[in-house]
Design a protein around this ligand. Sequence first.
Ligand code: HDD
Length: 703
Amino acid sequence: MANSKSSRPETVSIGDQKVLRGTGGELHQTAGGDIPTLTTQQGTPVADDQNSLKAGQRGPTLIEDQHFREKIFHFDHERIPERVVHARGFGAHGYFETYESLSDITRADIFQRAGEKTELFVRFSTVAGNKGSADLARDVRGFAVKFYTKEGNWDLVGNNIPVFFIQDAIKFPDLIHAAKQEPDRGFPQAQTAHDNFWDFISLTPESINMALWIMSDRTIPRSFRFMEGFGVHTFRMVNAEGKSSFVKFHWKPKQGLQSVVWNEALKLNGADPDFHRRDMWDAIKMGDYPEWELGLQVFDEKFAEEFEFDVLDATKIIPEEQVPIRIVGRMVLDRCVDNFFAETEQVAFQTGNLVPGIDFTNDPLLQGRNFSYLDTQLSRLGSTNFNHLPINAPRCPFHHFQQDGHMAFQNPKGRANYEPNSWGKDGGPRENPEKGFQSYPEELEGAKGRHRSETFADHYSQARQFYLSQTKVEQGHIADAFVFELSKVQTAAIRERMVSHLLNVDQDLAAKVAKGLRLKSMPEPADAARPTIMDLKVSEKLSIVLNGPDSFKGRKLGALVTDGVDIDLVTALKSAMESEGAQIAFIAPQVGGVEASDGTWIEADEKIDGGPSLLYDAVVILASEEGGSELAKMPPARDFAADAFSHCKFIGYSQQAQPLLEKAGVWADLDAGCKQLSQTDDGKAFVEMCRDLRFWEREEKLG
Ligand code: HDD
């Protein structure tokens, strides 16, 4: 069972003083015991790893120093090309547990037996930024899962958004070129707020639905743990009788959905560029294993024909209200990688990796991806043998006659390396029509041509549906995001062209964005191949706020404390947080910590400069009389309070924190999202407040 407590002891005694600690962070230790002898790659023991071999005390280094040469040679070649997209990623191991047999719809082995567990590896990522970019870029998040099933590896290479920018893979290089840094100047990095991106989008109406999604808070998730995942395309499932059903894949986070606000994201990128990966690492290391449930939308040809949009068009969703989701299993991430490069960097996903019982559809985006993912691994990993790497190799037995190539270390054994051969059993594996992968025998006909089906033509109706399905707060964030991004676009005509598309989505949205950009006049609506369907039903499932959790579990409270802080309040709050399954981190003026009212020493997790309120889901400020006045003089403490307030966080405070709250400019505006904590019972009441995650009512007043 997931356990949210740190492996660190609650309190320890040092000398005759009691020491209280937060629940965060694991202390990394290297293995003890006998330390092995350092060797070269050849296994030769090394006597001196500090000094290269020289002729004389101050003479030149000698070329015969094999250890030196091997070490520098290897270092010089450590880097491999980063992924052309999704370069920045973070991986973890886990398992999938099947809830019930799905033999009625698929023969896929992984879905046959209730309770069966299958190993898997997940890599989350951002799309546009380079490997060293910051985690909180406004960007789509990749959500790629490799299932090591008993009938081969199945890769579900999805995103945290269920639609995509383009309908045909042939436009992918253009989309990515436009999104990434501009080729002449090499910036901006990891952001879409620039001319080239919005130029492409505004000239590509099929991307407007996705544009609405990426301007929503989905692209600034609180962490990987709190976002959904989607297979995006319509796939097929085929059962043992050969009957096919269409299916869309969904990952639903058990932790609930949650995002940050844009101003917070901007600052987080400076405060902790590794915010998302650190969050995932800490959660797993603490035993608070993140979980997602796998859901399927299953439908048949008849539904596909009747649906308002083409199910092969990856720029469209099928609302859950129209095809409900069947929950079929869960994924638990319970193990961090041993080595980032060997696993997270070298893992190779491929949409073409399917297993018997799951099949493609003719979605032109999916068809193009099937070429790209195999192809790209060669330039990234440098050899056709990337499947020999342990992270990519199947866990089930495999037998084939593919051989040689760079870095081959799994060539077939024996005499036979071709098929057919006449060497009997020792002649190696044979095909197996019954067990083997069979493509669904779909009837196909049509004239060869570079087509775009008429059924892909409506680009605005679902964008409108998405916008109208958001709460008022979320609609405000979408409008603000458009204004922010387009404000970075230097070419006025591009800004106007985007507004002309928004007029086909929602008049109010277009008006807000036009006002935010201070357009002199409203442009004409963009030409639309089809008029927007105005009455598509709103779908509550598309909102993040409406799909949040009902607890503060898995979240983190930041407690800013000073010397003389009321120990009873601190311990009550700490235990209330821990019974909720949440963490508490102590932030203090100095990293050593503070001495509480009864002499207990509270160890700090962060010094105030390094522990801004951005890092926490809610905050408390607990000070003594003197401590409150001291904090008021510290700019980072003032930012701590002011940011928490403007990011709509719940704030608990002791009366003595008043000078700080005054200096931070929030004292006069304290609202129902702020709670004075004076007795121990207040700790529990504050945790209950925090279950709403943010006090959104404040946002309207902030203006
Ligand atoms: Fe892609 C990587 C997701 C369209 C070409 N893609 C990549 C990754 C994810 C996605 C999560 C990172 C995998 C990892 O962690 O290693 N891509 C998507 C989704 C798409 C999509 C959900 C649309 C529904 N992608 C797409 C198209 C093409 C590509 C249309 C090309 C025609 N994608 C690639 C790639 C990458 C990749 C170039 C770069 C690194 C890699 O594959 O292994 O092949």
